[in-house]
Design a protein around this ligand. Structure first.
Ligand SMILES: [Zn+2]
Length: 282
């Protein structure tokens, strides 16, 4: 699942590759992914791609004439450029932007659920779109400390709270584990329970997102692969020694995701085996 660092490197690489290239035509096979009807995708024909950037975890493709395509990748979407055009048999295609130079910018979706979507709108309306206006402050670059303090001042466990895009934008199921581990905070601590020093630790820990982007800058070439090798130290590393203290990394499994943590440094030595036990941890 692409999160802020993965979407950031995708936007940077796509922008480097596509800025200045003209669009020949654009279509949405099946029309399932387009959440807007006006202006129609056909409006993109003849326009130039200006740049690709991101807001939270959402890539934005900007075109000449002040149009923008806001994309939500959901859990399994990818925005990639291909040297050749997709055949009608490619069932993963959601939006195809055919370029004058023969290449194609494609929104594809891996997996069975059709959830990824895109909206075409005047560029000036992106900031006011319901999916953008409701976002919390960007997690990277780290917001000013008081903004983070306000964002997490909620009586909810930090793990779901930090993944809530309305609280803070850009963090998902992988990087939340890394941030909490870096900050030595329990995923089950509530936002309202954090003292000043803990909020400062959480604030400082957001550098892991910037570190990941730096890592991608060094390791990813002009094309971003389908599955970006993420430099994770804790997430999905259950059973391995904590890179900092050597304690065995533990996991809590949920129906669609998992949470990993170092019990010695994050939960006061307590090991949680499933979510029901989380209630016991204060
Ligand atoms: Zn540890």
């Amino acid at each position: 699942m692409p999160e802020l660092p993965e979407v950031e490197i995708t936007a940077r690489r796509l922008s480097a590759s596509l800025a200045g290239v003209d669009v020949e035509s654009a279509v949405s096979p099946g029309m399932v992914a387009m959440k807007s009807v006006k202006p129609p995708l056909s409006e993109l024909a003849g326009r130039r791609i200006e740049r690709i950037w991101r807001v939270g975890k959402m890539p934005v493709v900007e075109f000449s004439g002040e149009l923008a395509l806001l994309v939500h990748l959901m859990s399994a979407g990818r925005l990639q450029v291909y040297d050749k055009r997709a055949t009608p048999k490619d069932r993963r295609s959601r939006v195809l932007i055919r370029l004058d130079d023969g290449r194609e910018l494609r929104l594809r979706e891996f997996g069975t659920k059709q959830r990824a979507w895109a909206k075409l709108m005047p560029a000036a309306e992106v900031a006011g779109d319901e999916m953008v206006v409701t976002l919390g402050p960007e997690a990277w670059p780290a917001p000013p400390l008081p903004d983070l303090e306000r964002a997490v001042d909620q009586p909810r466990h930090l793990h779901p709270l930090l993944r809530d895009q309305r609280a803070i934008a850009g963090i998902g199921r992988s990087w939340v584990d890394e941030i909490l581990w870096e900050a030595r905070l329990s995923p089950f601590k509530k936002g309202t329970e954090l003292d000043d020093e803990e909020v400062e630790r959480l604030h400082a820990a957001l550098h892991v997102l910037g570190d990941a982007i730096d890592h991608y800058e060094e390791t990813i070439g002009p094309e971003v692969p389908d599955k970006v090798p993420m430099p994770l130290k804790v997430h999905k590393h259950e059973g391995e020694p904590c890179p900092r203290c050597g304690t065995t990394i533990e996991a809590v499994f949920f129906s669609e995701h998992q949470m990993n943590y170092c019990p010695k440094e994050q939960t006061g030595g307590k090991v949680l085996k499933d979510r029901r036990l989380s209630k016991l941890l204060k």
